[in-house]
Design a protein around this ligand. Structure first.
Ligand code: TTP
Ligand code: MN
Ligand code: MN
Ligand code: MN
Length: 375
């Protein structure tokens, strides 16, 4: 087993949901490299390879010390031959040729730029690149057919590229609270995603909304959106209805991990001055974003109270942590975990929970707090 600097034994569990992964760790020089290869694999539509690199990176994030030699990696799980080769090269030469040539490659950079546009996925970006397009500017210049999301993505591209600060997240929280409280008093509103895990910046701001009286949350999203639109807060929004049905014979085997809550993908408009001074201003209406305006991606989700704990767990992330929770549930416990429910296939029943702690307990896992889910 591996020894850390003090000679104490480190027992590294193999599922990320069994480990504590802090936001700040000691091996960014390695994990950033492995995550370039993971992202490149995603761009090539190779999910298995991508997850392998992400799992390897995640193990290094959980180490309590900086990796200095290959000896430090003995007995660590999830480090495949390829990841080990990359790590070895970085330890010996300071960088990996494969990682650096990937980073520099025109294909990788074009995929990064195009999938960086809100509303653009890997497949669309790939098609555009085969047509010779490389940047969001190329999309405008050549007059590409864009859907409504992509149009907004192109229009607010540079704004949406800028990291969202915690101060901006707090400001948006105040706006969302005002909206929710004025359409339905007594709701609970929770900041989710990276900010709940303690990140100081994010690519968007995520909120989960519920009401303690089951059923009161029905139709809530539309009311919130109308309020926000009247106030001129929204530059873009797309709302999807709640399509979740609890089946007596267990959850449907769905190809997708997407949940089925009432949810809204949106772009909020903040006034830059307000965003700097930290006071909310929503008085001006209209949907243009001028020079004094800040555009921020916001995700809103409404869940019934009975599913709130599952939604909370499912929307806290990280994405790898979520994936590992579901894998643990399926492979080790014969259970199906989603953002709605936990189903036990051996007992043929849904396991209820009111808190995240209860869900970890049902899964036979030690509770990991949000700040340690940065897998
Ligand atoms: P994101 O907002 O994509 O990621 P993040 O908040 O962890 O990081 P960032 O700072 O870059 O925004 O997703 C937040 C969580 O929401 C993620 O852990 C998983 C969950 N989620 C779903 O459950 N379903 C979905 O369709 C999406 C997009 C996210
Ligand atoms: Mn540490
Ligand atoms: Mn987020
Ligand atoms: Mn999000």
């Amino acid at each position: 087993p591996e020894l850390n600097g003090d000679g104490a034994e480190i027992l590294m569990k193999s599922y990320a949901c069994q480990r504590r992964t802090p936001l700040k760790h000691h091996n960014a020089f390695l994990t950033e490299a492995l995550e370039i290869l993971a992202q490149n694999a995603e761009f090539n539509d190779n999910e298995g390879r991508s997850v392998a690199f992400r799992r390897a990176a995640s193990v290094l994030k959980a180490l309590p010390h900086r990796v200095k030699s290959m000896e430090d990696l003995r007995c660590l799980p999830c480090l495949g031959d390829h990841s080990q080769r990359v790590i070895k090269e970085i330890l010996e030469d300071g960088s990996s040729r494969e990682v650096e040539s990937t980073r520099q490659s025109e294909q990788f950079q074009a995929m990064k730029a195009l999938t960086g546009v809100f509303g653009v996925g890997v497949r669309t970006a790939d098609r555009w690149i085969r047509e010779g397009l490389r940047t969001p500017d190329d999309l405008i210049r050549t007059g590409q057919q864009l859907n409504r999301a992509q149009q907004a993505g192109v229009q607010y591209y540079s704004e949406l590229q800028r990291a969202v600060t915690r101060a901006e997240a707090e400001l948006i929280m105040a706006i969302v609270e005002a909206a929710v409280n004025s359409v339905l008093p007594g709701c609970q509103i929770q900041l989710m995603g990276g900010f709940r895990r303690g990140k100081e910046v994010g690519h968007d701001v995520d909120f989960l909304i519920t009401h303690p009286e089951e059923g009161k949350e029905e139709g809530l999203m539309l009311k919130i959106i109308s309020w926000l639109e009247e106030q001129g807060v929204l530059l873009y929004q797309k709302t999807t209805r709640n399509s979740y049905v609890e089946r007596l014979d267990g959850p449907a085997r769905s190809a997708s991990n997407m949940d089925r809550f009432e949810r809204c993908f949106s772009i909020f408009k903040l006034h830059s001055s307000a965003s700097r001074s930290g006071s909310a201003s929503t008085s001006e209406s209209g949907s243009a974003c001028d020079s004094g305006c800040r555009a921020v991606r916001v995700d809103l989700v409404v869940s019934p109270f009975s599913q709130f704990a599952f939604a909370t767990l499912g929307w806290t992330g990280s994405k790898l942590f979520e994936r590992e929770l579901r894998r643990w549930a399926g492979q080790e416990k014969q259970m199906t975990l989603s953002s709605h429910t936990l189903y036990d296939s051996k007992q043929n029943l849904y396991l209820r929970a009111q808190t995240e702690e209860e869900i970890f307990a049902h899964l036979g896992l030690e509770f990991i707090p949000p700040s340690e889910r940065n897998a």
